[in-house]
Design a protein around this ligand. Structure first.
Ligand code: GTQ
Length: 376
């Protein structure tokens, strides 16, 4: 297939059924006159706006925690949460700078807080998943429910809920990963933002009540109803997650592409934790090397445990615990646990609920080279 690019926005393709109109002085004058009426000829852009397959602007990136951490900590000396609103260093994908995305339409940042610090309460149309990377004493209040958070736990702050983050006086410096659908909600031009009138919420329920009530495997509370579009289980803890992975691993070979992969769910619907963002945890057993596949949806991985490497569109990224990396939509990817004795666990944040709800899911296995990519 030949793809010719003429001087301006004319992506010609010499393929039957695709646009292939040569520029002539007459046509160029015609395009100019259309522009005067805020209109244009489809055949000048058709091949670009309807590519044969997804063309992600995002590139595979590895954010090494040991490189970023000192810079994140330095922000504590430079700005206060009061002045900054949120003291966050965000992950900027070189292909997604204008929309402040880490990958696709997903925003992610590292937020740091010292013991006794508290960020103001607010709410917005964007939804968030906050995954704890380090420190003790972090908590988040979501619509009056206080959720305490430890390493590898995460908390939901769904679309429209009041939320604020803090670290207890007797805690330690905490760093967590914020993952939000901000770029998506902005792309849909539907983002509202409100600061709480008191800058803080009252805690209206017993601490951790949502997880205590809704987080019991196979049991649902008889005295509660829940009809919202997101999970009532605001907090998902690491220990039961890891236990579930080990239990499942004991009776499955797992997937050749994903190893042992489990999705976090809304216990009421068994569907994703929120309408726009999904979360999963994936275990790669000692020495496990997955086969390459690609699918739609944007994925941000955080290394919850272990070390290894991933090959993403032929690029080799070596990761260690706490590192973050992304797999853009339709990018080939395969993962390899570097250890022959320890498992590795990858926390994964994605826009899968959107992709699935809109009927846009597609998946393909790599057929060549025993299902492995060539590097370079
Ligand atoms: O805590 O709601 O990293 O609104 C960026 C935007 C966190 C939050 C971020 C936000 C938040």
């Amino acid at each position: 297939m030949t793809r010719l690019q003429d001087g301006h926005e004319n992506w010609r393709e010499d393929v039957a059924g695709r646009a292939n109109v040569e520029d002539t002085p007459e046509l160029l004058a015609y395009y100019d006159s259309l522009r005067g009426f805020h209109a244009a000829a489809l055949w000048t852009v058709a091949n670009r706006i309807e590519p044969w397959e997804p063309q992600s602007a995002s590139v595979p990136v590895l954010w090494r925690y040991r490189d970023l951490r000192p810079h994140v900590l330095r922000s504590v000396d430079l700005v206060t949460p009061e002045k900054a609103g949120r003291r966050v260093i965000y992950l900027e994908n070189p292909g997604r700078r204008e929309v402040a995305a880490a990958v696709g339409w997903i925003y992610a940042g590292l937020q740091v807080m010292h013991p006794g610090e508290r960020a103001s309460a607010h709410r917005h149309s964007a939804s968030a998943i906050r995954f704890i990377l380090e420190g003790e004493g972090a908590y988040t209040i979501v619509d009056g429910h206080k959720m305490t958070l430890g390493r590898n736990d995460f908390v939901l702050t769904p679309n429209g809920t009041w939320h604020e983050h803090a670290v207890a006086e007797d805690g330690t410096t905490c760093i967590w990963q914020d993952g939000l659908d901000i770029p998506l909600v902005n792309a849909l031009e539907a983002n509202f933002y409100e600061v709480h009138s008191d800058l803080a919420q009252a805690v209206g329920y017993p601490v951790d009540d949502m997880t205590l009530s809704w987080g019991n495997p196979g049991l649902t509370p008889a005295d509660r109803r829940w009809e919202k579009g997101y999970s009532p289980l605001f907090k998902y803890e690491w220990e039961p997650t890891y236990e579930a992975l080990c239990r499942h691993a004991a009776c499955t070979d797992g997937s050749p592409f994903d190893g042992v992969l489990m999705h976090y769910v809304n216990p009421v619907t068994n569907g994703p934790v929120m309408q726009t963002l999904g979360a999963s945890m994936q275990m790669l057993r000692p020495g496990e090397r997955t086969r390459a596949h690609r699918h739609t949806g944007s994925f941000l991985y955080t290394v919850a445990r272990g070390a290894g490497l991933s090959i993403i569109n032929g690029r080799r990224l070596e990761w260690a615990e706490r590192d973050i990396f992304c797999v853009p939509s339709w990018a080939w990817h395969e993962h390899h646990n570097a250890s022959d004795t320890e498992d590795a666990c990858l926390f994964c944040l994605s826009d899968l609920p959107v992709i699935r709800a809109l009927g846009l899911w597609r998946e393909e296995a790599l057929a060549d080279n025993d299902g492995h990519q060539k590097i370079g």
